[in-house]
Design a protein around this ligand. Sequence first.
Ligand SMILES: [Zn+2]
Length: 187
Amino acid sequence: MPEDDLKRKLADFSVRESKIRGQGVFAKKAFRKGEILLEIDDSDPVLDRGKLTPEQEIFIDVFVTADGKQKITWMKSPERFINHSCDPNTYVLTDMRNGVRRVRALKNIRRGDELTWDYTLNIWEEWVGPVSCNCGAENCRGIIQGNYFTLPREIQRRYLPLLDEPFKKRFTEKIQSLNLTAESGTA
Ligand SMILES: [Zn+2]
């Protein structure tokens, strides 16, 4: 299927109680690794971030756009309910031609699996936490905090191939200064 034909197929997902935290997003069909699950709805900008309460901060997204600007939006359902995991099964990629951000499968996802992403990926400011992590992954860091640049080196290296293009462009020097040599075959 051409990627441009893909819209927000909300019927492919359900939002319900999660073992990780609060409500989570669950796949109602299987997805193969690399497949696009969902287009992110970035249509609702946050106009005055300074006035947000900590409870509201949880539902905003801060990111770099395809044209290199910082943007803050209210996250829409279902993506606003995607929980963090230290061993996530999705990540986000921006289409540099039209700026559309899409959630992509990082591994094969079975019907009924909860969708997760790593809250620190493509993040450069301090995350709203810290909060304890209940993701249940073998490699759980125990706490969600910081950003890509404060992650342990080994995780920075593992996430290097997953970084979104606008983030990489905006923080090229900072990423290079981490001096992470992407080992071939480990992505
Ligand atoms: Zn965790």
